[in-house]
Design a protein around this ligand. Structure first.
Ligand code: ARG
Length: 588
């Protein structure tokens, strides 16, 4: 990993503070937001004064006098009451940029392959189409898996399908009414297992809502579905065969939807895969006196150190013997900790499931899983409509993910036409552009918010080519590509960096901030820090481009330097967008 300028300076100043018998930490140096005053500043002398170090101006002068010989600083000024303003040496800056830009990870990657990070995201349910709620987990989870991988971790992502709850029993009972003669309903069915599915995804999507509606009002139907679920969980062969079919037709559709979003998973496991681990965890919980019987059910009370109940218990098994969502999650965590040997498990799941994860994690802590593994609910807020309530279709129904993508594409086509982009492109290219712009729109609009915040879905605003949007970033990328293409046409090559003018320096400083933005993103598991960096970088390029007439620059060396800066900027923008799961365009 390459160090940042802030880091190099903080070291230098920290040592100078130490030479004055003051804490190293006072050397902390930050970017100065007024370039005329300095590139960076150190305010440690004032902080030291607050802790009794005496006159800050005097301290600052002493610190500066004690700075070790270095090639970083060109000039340093002490300003009352005790600011230290720092100007950076051109050569040092050029070398730093050369080092960062020649590294494929911009100096970010480290060898962290020993650390295994499992990311649970997506979480789609069998037989239910994905809706807008599944958008956030897909977008944030996918971006995090890309970012952790890029940093050097070993990453394993898992879609963790919802394939084991009562909805499975409902589907079985619903299908039984429609196709009672299927061999799978025979109590003693043992095969053969036909490859051909008795259901399509459309069948499942009609059966499920009908049955679940029925079960709400009809106790007998609910009881049957419950019974069927239990039998499935207990291994009734015909039901297992049906269930296999339900799962495979669902996965085929889910893969299409995720494919449109450009989201992939390493594993397509589900709640059902935890089933073999359930007996072991139930035994351990019992042996360790963690679980208790309560009115026929098996539960884990969640208590604090004083034994006070802090939230409702985790229900492991209902009185009828069926296991619950919490049980499968605890068993899955068990598998991830002891079989997969994960070091970190991230659950990118809706914030409305916070209590669920608190219960599961509390039980896991009691079992001692936290001794080897860190697990976190990396939760996110709700996507709301303009009325502030969870986003719905115009008629008040659930907004399907597939329809949402179509809407975004439609809006992209409209905006592209209005802006006169791609007028001379053929239809296939226009379609490709509309698709990429639509995905960029949705992803950036989501990721630019700190994940725990709710946000309002405003497609029109998200699709603008101005402002902090996906389309704006795609446009900046296409613009730089066009500059570099034109440069090639006149045989102008990127060369050595000079970094003399203010805006060249500003752009260089920005490029060197990538590393810090990435680390913050990883630390907080929040891609919005990366979004913020990319947007600021694009804006910095924009003002650089306005002031520098790159292609018309007469001085060959200067032109080569400007082209070099543009090329590095392009690489970083494209790389950063890729980490957000956003594909760029050659031209638009
Ligand atoms: N299928 C669940 C739902 O739609 C989400 C699963 C999240 N992951 C987990 N390990 N619980 O709400």
């Amino acid at each position: 990993m390459l160090t940042t300028i802030e880091h190099d300076l903080s070291q230098l100043f920290g040592q100078a503070f130490e030479a004055n018998d003051l804490s190293f930490d006072f050397g902390n140096t930050v970017r100065c937001n007024r370039p005329e005053l300095g590139d960076f500043q150190c305010n440690g002398a004032m902080a030291a004064a607050k802790q009794g170090a005496g006159n800050p101006f005097v301290t600052a002068e002493k610190v500066v006098a004690n700075l070790a010989d270095n090639d970083i600083i060109k000039n340093v000024e002490v300003v009352r009451p005790g600011f230290i303003n720092i100007f950076i040496n051109e050569n040092y800056l050029a070398n730093k940029l050369a080092a960062v830009s020649s590294d494929t990870s911009f100096g970010t990657a480290e060898d962290l392959s020993e650390t295994k990070v499992m990311i649970d995201f997506g979480g789609p349910n069998v037989a239910k189409s994905m809706h807008v709620g599944h958008l956030r987990t897909a977008i944030i989870g996918d971006s995090l898996q890309r970012i952790f991988r890029f940093k050097g971790y070993t990453v394993v992502s898992d879609a963790h399908l919802g394939d084991w709850g009562t909805q499975m029993g409902m589907l079985i009972e619903g299908l039984k009414k429609r196709q009672p003669d299927l061999p799978y309903f025979d109590k003693d069915y043992t095969g053969p297992y036909s490859e051909e599915s008795p259901v399509t995804i459309q069948d499942l999507e009609t059966i499920y809502p009908e049955e679940s509606g029925l079960c709400k009002s009809d106790d007998e139907a609910a009881e049957k579905a419950r019974q069927a679920t239990l039998e499935l969980q207990n291994g009734r062969e015909g039901y297992r065969a049906l269930w296999q079919h339900f799962v495979s037709v669902s996965i085929a559709t889910l893969k299409r939807d995720y494919g449109e979003l450009g989201v992939t998973f390493d594993l397509w496991k589900g709640e059902s895969d935890a089933d073999p681990f359930i007996p072991a965890i139930l035994k351990e919980l019992e042996d360790k006196n963690i679980s208790i019987k309560d009115q026929g059910a098996l539960i884990v009370p969640i208590v604090d150190d004083e034994g006070e109940k802090v939230m409702p218990p985790l229900i492991l098994r209902k009185s009828d013997g069926a296991v619950m969502y919490g049980t499968t999650d605890l068993a899955t965590l068990y598998e991830r900790v002891y079989e997969d040997k994960a070091d970190i498990v991230l659950y990118v799941v809706d914030g409305r499931q916070q209590q669920h994860f608190k219960q599961v994690f509390a039980a896991a802590d009691l079992m001692g899983m936290n001794k080897t593994t860190t697990y976190e609910h990396t939760y996110f807020g709700t996507v709301n409509g303009k009325d502030g309530k969870p986003f719905k279709t115009r008629t008040g129904g659930v907004m399907k993910l597939h329809d949402l993508i179509l809407m975004a594409k439609e809006e992209a086509r409209k905006k592209l036409a209005e802006s006169n982009f791609g007028v001379d492109f053929d239809d296939a290219e226009k379609e490709e552009i509309a698709h990429k712009v639509a995905i960029a729109t949705l992803k950036f609009a989501d990721l630019r918010n700190f994940r725990i915040k709710d946000y309002i879905f405003d497609l029109e605003k998200f699709s603008e080519f101005e402002g902090k949007t996906g389309p704006y970033l795609l446009m900046q990328v296409a613009r730089i590509k066009s500059i570099l293409r034109k440069a090639k046409d006149i045989n102008a090559e990127p060369g050595e960096l000079q970094a003399t003018s203010d805006n060249e320096r500003a752009l260089t400083f920005k490029l060197l901030e990538f590393n810090a933005a990435m680390d913050k993103t990883i630390d907080k598991r929040a891609p919005h820090f990366l979004c913020e960096h990319l947007y600021n970088l694009a804006q910095e390029f924009s003002s650089f481009y306005q002031k520098q007439h790159i292609l018309k620059e007469a001085d060959q060396d200067k032109r080569a330097s400007l082209l070099k800066l543009s090329a590095v900027c392009l690489n970083q923008l494209e790389m950063g967008l890729e980490l957000l799961g956003i594909e760029t365009l050659e031209r638009m």
